[in-house]
Ligand binder design. Structure first.
Ligand code: ADP
Length: 489
């Protein structure tokens, strides 16, 4: 609508300009034409009057000439004739003052002078001086005057006509703009704008259908095609994202199973003792030479050992299971405790003491407990592996004010920091730059996949946090996981 009004306004303004130029040119042309016309009329009249007046002046003097001209003027001719004596002082100063010495000389030579009124742009009067009686000191001149009032009337007429056309054009143009704007441009444009807004909001459904065969219909078609293509691209991108997610999930699960494999030997070792206890006590019960009280006591021992084994195996199964990702408020103290408990058997076997530090109070972060458990388990597992001759791993938990490192898009603020520190071999500066890269490993084939830290890093980034590492070769390493805090209790 606004567009149509603009277009029509521009067209109207251009037309008005054209009309104005046309009116100006036609007035100018009329003026020239009229001036030539008057001159011709005057020339004819002067040719006729000159000999008659000379003759009359010779016989009847000035009075005869003036009377003759008065008769002529009475005939209501458009040309007014007058008898004047030139130059100044000898006759009518009004006229003589208008003539220069050169013009007087021209008259004295018997030649006619045409004098258009140049006092304004519009021609008002046309004068002609015709020498009739030439004496030594004065010249009797026939002055012919024709006023150009007709021309100003014509000019007025043209101006009024242009104004009327302008008003008509504005009215008609306005109506056309309203109609055109509403039907042909405004309505289709509104529908296109609505469609574009929907596309902007991500809604690609409902093609816009416009009638006709103009550019707007073409634009609607292009927009519809664009939506179809965008939809296809979106679906493709979503499929690819799904595939990537699946691949990532499978990789994470594979990494979990690798950890399970490494844990299994520790757990097998850990199950040995309770199994021996169960087997010994069950054998004694089976022999049947125990008193009732002893039987009850041994059965209780067998049960507690079986419970212990069940718990160890459940922990391992829980860890190995491919659970669906579910983000919720997670107590990281509990998660870290579970990871430590899962790795205790392996730690014991490797002579590594696992120490869980912190006050024991709950520290909440938002995330998936299974994935976060995998992160901490990976870090502790690496720490154990970094101390082949045994040692100690400290797992610390605290709430800190975290400032994200360069390259990590996160806000500074309150974070739960879970640190895993060992006193193992450490990491060289060269290796330190690569530890989070997928498939980077310094371990022997079969011992390391190089995926643990990259997967851990990916999980933590997905949770809005990051992992920091510091290490001194020969002294140990510290990995710190930062997760946005949800508070503590
Ligand atoms: P993997 O353990 O399978 O090698 P990771 O991604 O977990 O894969 O670790 C990559 C590498 O980082 C390891 O091979 C090791 O060189 C180094 N690394 C990780 N954690 C530690 C640690 N606590 N102490 C020393 N080196 C470590």
């Amino acid at each position: 609508m606004k567009l149509a009004a603009k277009l029509v306004t521009v067209v109207i303004v251009l037309l008005i300009l054209l009309l104005a130029v046309d009116a100006y040119l036609s007035v100018q042309w009329m003026r020239r034409l009229h001036a030539a016309d008057i001159q011709e009329d005057m020339a004819l009249l002067s040719d006729y009057l000159r000999p008659t007046l000379l003759d009359m002046w010779k016989h009847e003097g000035d009075d005869g000439v003036v009377k003759k001209l008065a008769d002529l003027n009475d005939k209501k001719s458009t040309i007014y004739a007058k008898w004047v004596w030139l130059p100044e002082g000898k006759s009518d100063t009004e006229h003589s003052s208008k003539l220069t010495a050169d013009q007087l000389a021209v008259l004295r030579n018997g030649q006619i002078i045409n004098l258009p009124d140049t006092s304004s742009d519009t021609l008002k009067q046309q004068r002609m001086y015709v020498p009739v009686a030439i004496e030594a000191e004065r010249i009797g001149v026939l002055e012919l005057v024709e006023s150009a009032t007709w021309l100003s009337v014509y000019t007025q007429h043209v101006v009024v006509r242009v104004l009327l056309i302008t008003v008509a054009m504005i009215l008609i143009g306005g109506a056309v703009a309203m109609l055109l704007g509403l039907v042909s441009i405004g309505r289709p444009l509104n529908r296109l704008i609505y469609k574009a807004r929907r596309i902007g909001d991500g809604d690609l459904t409902g093609p816009v259908v416009l009638r006709g065969h103009d550019e707007l219909t073409e634009l609607a078609g292009v927009m519809n095609d664009m939506c179809v293509n965008l939809g296809a691209a979106q679906r493709k991108a979503a499929d690819e994202a799904d595939a990537r997610l699946n691949a990532m999930e499978q990789l994470r699960h594979a990494d979990r199973l690798t950890t399970v494999g490494r844990l299994a030997s520790g757990i097998a070792h850990e199950l040995g003792t309770p199994l021996n206890v169960v087997s010994g006590r069950a054998g004694m019960v089976a022999r049947g030479d125990l008193s009732n009280d002893e039987t009850v006591k041994y059965a209780t021992i067998i049960k507690s050992q079986a419970d212990r084994m069940t718990q160890i195996i459940r922990q391992l199964l829980d860890f190995a299971r491919n659970q669906s990702v579910k983000k919720q408020s997670v107590d990281m103290t509990e998660v870290a405790g579970q990871a430590v408990s899962l790795l205790q058997p392996l730690g014991r076997r490797e002579n590594v003491e696992l120490v869980l530090e912190g006050g024991g109070g709950a520290l909440f972060a938002r995330g998936d407990a299974g994935q976060l458990n995998q992160v901490i388990t990976n870090l502790i597992m690496n720490a154990i592996q970094a101390m082949p001759r045994g040692g100690r791993v400290n797992v610390g938990l605290e709430e800190v004010h975290g400032i994200p490192p360069e390259g990590v898009e996160a806000d500074a603020g309150s974070y739960v920091c879970i640190s895993v520190a060992d006193i193992g071999q450490g990491i060289s500066d060269d290796d330190l730059k690569h530890v989070f890269e997928p498939f980077f490993t310094t371990k022997d084939v079969g011992e390391g996949t190089g995926l643990g830290l990259s997967i851990a890093y990916g999980i933590v980034r997905e949770h809005g946090g990051w992992i920091d590492v510091s290490s001194v070769p020969g002294e140990g390493s510290r990995f710190s996981v930062y997760l946005p805090s949800e508070g503590m209790s």
